[in-house]
Write a protein that binds this ligand. Sequence first.
Ligand code: OAD
Ligand code: ZN
Length: 255
Amino acid sequence: MPHPAISFDDTTRLLVLTGAGISAESGLATFRGAGGLWEGSRVEDVATPEAFEANPERVLRFYAARRLGAGAAHPNAAHLALAEAEARLGDRFLLATQNVDGLHARAGSRHTLEIHGSLWRSRCSRCHAGPVEDRSTEIAHPLRACATCGSLMRPDIVWFGEMLDPAHEWAVRSFVKAADMARARLVFLAIGTSGNVYPAAGYVRYAKDLGAETWLANADEAANAHWFDHIVTGPATGVVPALLSASGPEARGVR
Ligand code: OAD
Ligand code: ZN
C-alpha cells in the first residue's frame, strides 16, 4: 500500500505540533509509557514547582540525566523531514514542539516554538535572571546558585501548573489566522503526541475551526483523535518523511 502523503499547493501553510513520540526513535523515552512512569519517576515528582520546592536536588538530578540522554541522541528521519519541509515552505511553515530535547534545532529547524521550554537553558527560580545556556550533566552535584540573587537555578521548562509563554500562544494563533485571512490552504499536522496536555492538545481544534485540514501521525491512539481528518498510525520515522514528501516544487515536477 502506498504511504499517505499530504498534498501541497503554492499557498499551503503547514503548522506542525510535535510531542515526545517524534524523539522516541532517537532513543528518548516518552512520558506516558510503561506504567505511567517517565524514566522511573512519576511526572508529578519531577515536573512540578512543588516537586522542586520539596526536593530541588532530586529534580535537578533528573534533568541533568535528561540532558545526558538528549545530548547523546541524534535527530532522526522525522526531525530531518520537518527541517526539509521548512526549507521548502519558508514562512509558510511553523513548528510548535512540546519537546525540550533540542533535536529539532539540531536537525536544522529554525522556525520553531519550544512551547514547553528547553532542557538546555536554566533560569533563576526566584528573580528574573536568565534564561542562560546550561549544558550541565553533573548528576552528583546538580545545584547551581543564581549569580544575581543566590537562589537556586531551575530548568527553563514549563512544569505542570505553570503558564506557557503567551508570545508562543500568540504566534500559533497568528499563523492560523493569517492563513484564514489570506484564504490560503492550511494543514495542521500533529506528530507523536498523546493529545493529553493542553493548550497544545487544543491547537488541532483551533486550526480546524478556521478551516484547516488536520493530520495526526502517531504510533497509537491519541486522546484528541476525533479532531483529526486523517490519522496515520505508525512510527514517526516511517510515516513522516512520506507524509511531507510532496511539500516542495520538485514533487510537482516544477524546478
Ligand atoms: P506522551 O508520552 O504523552 O505521548 C507520546 C505519544 O507518542 C504517544 O501517543 C505514543 O503513542 C506516541 N509514540 C511513541 N513512539 C512513537 C513513534 N516512534 N512514532 C510516533 N509516535 C510515537 O508525550 P507528549 O504528548 O509529548 O510536558 O506529552 C505532552 C507533555 O506532557 C510533554 O511535553 C510533557 C509531558 O508532561 C512537560 O514536560 C511540560
Ligand atoms: Zn536570581
